[in-house]
Design a protein around this ligand. Structure first.
Ligand SMILES: NC(=O)c1ccc[n+]([C@@H]2O[C@H](COP(=O)([O-])OP(=O)(O)OC[C@H]3O[C@@H](n4cnc5c(N)ncnc54)[C@H](OP(=O)(O)O)[C@@H]3O)[C@@H](O)[C@H]2O)c1
Length: 344
């Protein structure tokens, strides 16, 4: 059976969930799309690097992290080389980029992705930073290298947002995208409607594991700005970055605003929007009062939704209900299947 070799940068929540999914799927009789999948390298910032050209044991990698919180420096496959060294040495066909998001500069992800293309690898990433800042540059580098660059889970996890727009709207043009794209802030707004304070709502989101220790990127709109920029760049052919967006925090939404909106049959939602106007791209992430008939007003809890306004197909909405880590891992897995199909 033909073999496809993968390597990972980052082995946090998504990396480990994807690894678990891969281990399950490998048990299928014909492998994945008739290929045997081997993981030949995994590197993180502080847990060490593991390389084995014959394939690492995924269950063993997961066990080491569970038990010791890092890879075992005494293991025969342990290396001290980091991501760049791993890319050079592990002989993989596909680089799976799952490092921490940086909205400010999309690093180290962008540098790693460029290095992977230089070393003849296809790239799959769950990181929205590169698509929000450097999509056109990276897709050009992918084309020059003759490699695939896939990122379905970067926005709305496993929901097929990029794939739907790119594979199903042939001959059409999306001119506006609106969405509720950040589950944490949507959950917090729901809690405010229940008379819970902003601080308690954030604490609740942290306890549920849907908010970071520092929730400011979500609450202040920068995560949403990165997502809407990624959508605009990929689907609308824009060339925007999050700092070009008009971004308003939901910290300014008061109990009085929520009550007043409720009395008028409206809901306050944190809306991310990209719209083409007179040849320019307008990007915003703002709390808005939406009527009950607006489909985005019906997004509850940590769910998400995006509406694409296309010239011919009209309005198409994709809604995702309470996503979890399995859905993100599935997004990465679905990119792997897309890649295998394209390789033939
Ligand atoms: N979690 C989700 O639900 C979700 C959903 C969609 C997309 N994403 C995206 O998926 C990516 C991974 O998310 P996650 O939840 O798995 O994050 P995470 O749990 O914080 O893990 C991040 C991983 O990246 C590694 N890393 C960070 N900086 C690095 C560097 N300079 N060099 C090498 N490795 C580095 C970390 O290594 P150490 O552990 O050694 O520090 C860690 O293994 C992020 O870009 C995120 O935005 C996540």
């Amino acid at each position: 059976m033909a073999v496809l070799k993968l390597c990972f940068a980052g082995f946090g929540n998504v990396g480990r969930a994807f690894c678990g999914l891969l281990a399950d799927k490998r048990a299928e009789p014909l492998g994945i799309c008739g290929r045997e999948i081997l993981v030949t390298g995994v590197a993180t910032r502080s847990k060490g690097t593991m390389i084995d050209a014959a394939g690492l044991d995924l269950a063993e990698l997961l066990l080491m992290i569970d038990r010791f919180g890092r890879f075992d420096p005494a293991h025969v496959s342990y290396r001290g080389c980091g991501v760049t060294g791993m890319i050079e040495k592990c002989g993989a066909d596909v680089f799976i980029e799952l490092t921490t998001l940086s909205i400010k500069d999309a690093e180290p992800a962008t540098g790693y992705i460029e290095s992977a293309f230089r070393h003849g690898m296809h790239v799959i990433t769950a990181n929205k930073g590169p698509e929000a800042r450097y999509f056109s540059r990276l897709s050009k580098k992918a084309a020059e290298a003759g490699k695939q660059y896939l990122f379905e889970s970067a926005v709305m996890d496993g929901a097929p947002v990029f794939n739907m727009a790119r594979e199903c709207l042939h001959g059409d043009r999306v001119w506006k995208i609106r969405g509720i794209l950040n589950g944490t802030s949507n959950f917090v707004l729901d809690q405010l409607e229940k008379n819970i304070s902003l601080e308690d709502a954030i604490l609740g989101a942290q306890k549920m594991g849907i908010a970071e220790a520092d929730p400011s990127m979500d609450i202040d709109g920068w995560d949403g700005a990165a997502k809407i920029c990624a959508l605009a760049n990929v689907i609308m052919g824009a060339n925007v970055t999050p700092d070009m967006a008009r971004v308003d925090s939901i910290r300014g939404v008061t109990a009085l605003d929520i009550r007043d909106a409720g009395e008028k049959g409206l809901r306050i939602k944190f809306v991310c929007q990209a719209e083409e106007r007179d040849g320019a791209m307008d990007i915003s992430v703002t709390p808005q009062r939406l009527p009950a008939g607006d489909i985005l007003a019906r997004v509850n809890g940590s769910s998400a939704a995006v509406t694409m306004h296309a010239r011919l197909a009209g309005e198409i909405t994709i809604m995702q209900h309470d996503p979890g880590i399995l859905q993100t891992a599935y997004g990465v897995y679905s990119d792997l299947i897309t890649l295998l199909k394209r390789l033939g």
